[in-house]
Design a protein around this ligand. Structure first.
Ligand code: NDP
Length: 293
């Protein structure tokens, strides 16, 4: 039975399920975080670029759960890449969150056209780790070639690579490279939220195969997808602002998918990415100023 604890490659423990807050409006973020912590979540995934770190910090403080019992993960946006800029990005995020130390700080995207800046940003994360300002460091949306290059030119193996991963887009090649290096794969859009943002026709939530498995366990499609990740050793960060769904997405520790059911879900992969191609991310197209704390 999968449980809510994953040990990262530097021996730091991380709750496997975190609450995601991408597209959660700032004025709904504090309540969502409080609700999640009340329901038993102990991990929140935010990002400088989501512009709601301040409200995440407020939700944690209001919840009454001790700071050391909550795992806070955030991301440096590409506009803050570079050694000095990324050290300062830590100050901005920690300041908004109202904490001295972050549990996990990751690079939000590779910048393939400016990989020099990406490497300098990662070297700043290494320094923050060395100085005890962060407990673990990692990356997001890194493809195998980005990981290879990072590993060749820096010292600390990332603890996490957070990538788009749901039944319709499984990135098995990236998962394999992550596993070879001891990098934990963390699934963003773990229940396929991104499949419903643009194409309402192909929502994971309505998938007949997932619904059939769900019905066999008296669970929802979302719960089946989360279980599929957990049983395959991945971390998940489902997002919701709705109390009932926040609770539902955490209520996944009382059933187990069979090996056959896991394989049936593996077979749903379409190979079609929902998010942007990592190689299309440039400062010109995606740069935006991240406000000071
Ligand atoms: P998710 O797979 O978490 O799906 C979220 C969507 O599904 C929302 O529209 C939500 O709506 C809805 N939903 C949530 N729970 C349920 C449920 N039980 N049943 C039916 N619908 C449900 O997608 P996200 O794209 O939000 O990804 C999750 C997190 O991953 C983000 O919040 C963010 O933290 C991270 N992320 C990281 C990225 C990166 O580049 N590193 C990119 C994208 C996301 P509602 O809120 O109304 O309930």
């Amino acid at each position: 039975m999968a449980h809510n604890k994953i040990t990262l490659n530097n021996r730091v423990d991380m709750p496997a399920i975190g609450l995601g807050v991408f597209q959660t409006p700032p004025d709904a973020t504090t309540a969502a975080v409080e609700e999640a912590l009340d329901r038993g979540y102990r991990h929140i995934d935010t990002a400088a670029a989501y512009l709601n770190e301040r409200e995440v910090g407020e939700g944690i403080r209001r919840s009454g759960v001790a700071r050391e019992d909550v795992f806070i993960e955030t991301k440096v946006w590409i506009s803050d890449y570079g050694y000095g800029a990324t050290l300062h990005a830590f100050d901005k995020s920690a300041g908004k969150l109202g904490v001295d130390q972050l549990d996990l700080l990751i690079l939000h995207q590779p910048l393939p056209s400016r990989f020099d800046l990406t490497l300098d940003a990662y070297r700043a994360l290494e320094q923050l780790l060395f100085d005890g300002r962060v407990r673990a460091i990692g990356v997001s949306n890194f493809m195998p070639e980005h990981i290879d290059r990072l590993l060749n030119e820096t010292s600390v193996v990332p603890a996490v690579n957070q990538i788009e991963l749901h039944p319709y887009f499984q990135q098995t090649a990236v998962q394999k490279v992550n596993a070879e290096h001891g990098i934990l794969t963390q699934a963003w859009s773990p229940i396929g939220g991104i499949t419903s943002y643009r194409d309402a026709e192909r929502r994971t939530f309505d998938d007949p195969t997932l619904l059939e498995i769900a019905s066999a366990h008296s669970k929802s499609a979302a719960q089946v997808m989360l279980r599929w990740h957990l049983q395959q050793g991945r971390s998940v960060i489902p997002k919701s602002t709705k109390p009932a769904r926040i609770a539902e997405n955490f209520d996944v520790f009382d059933f187990e998918l069979t090996t056959e059911q896991l394989a049936v879900i593996d077979a749903l992969d379409t190979g079609v990415r929902g998010g942007p191609e990592p190689d299309s991310i440039t400062l010109e197209a995606y740069g935006r100023e991240i406000p000071e704390a």
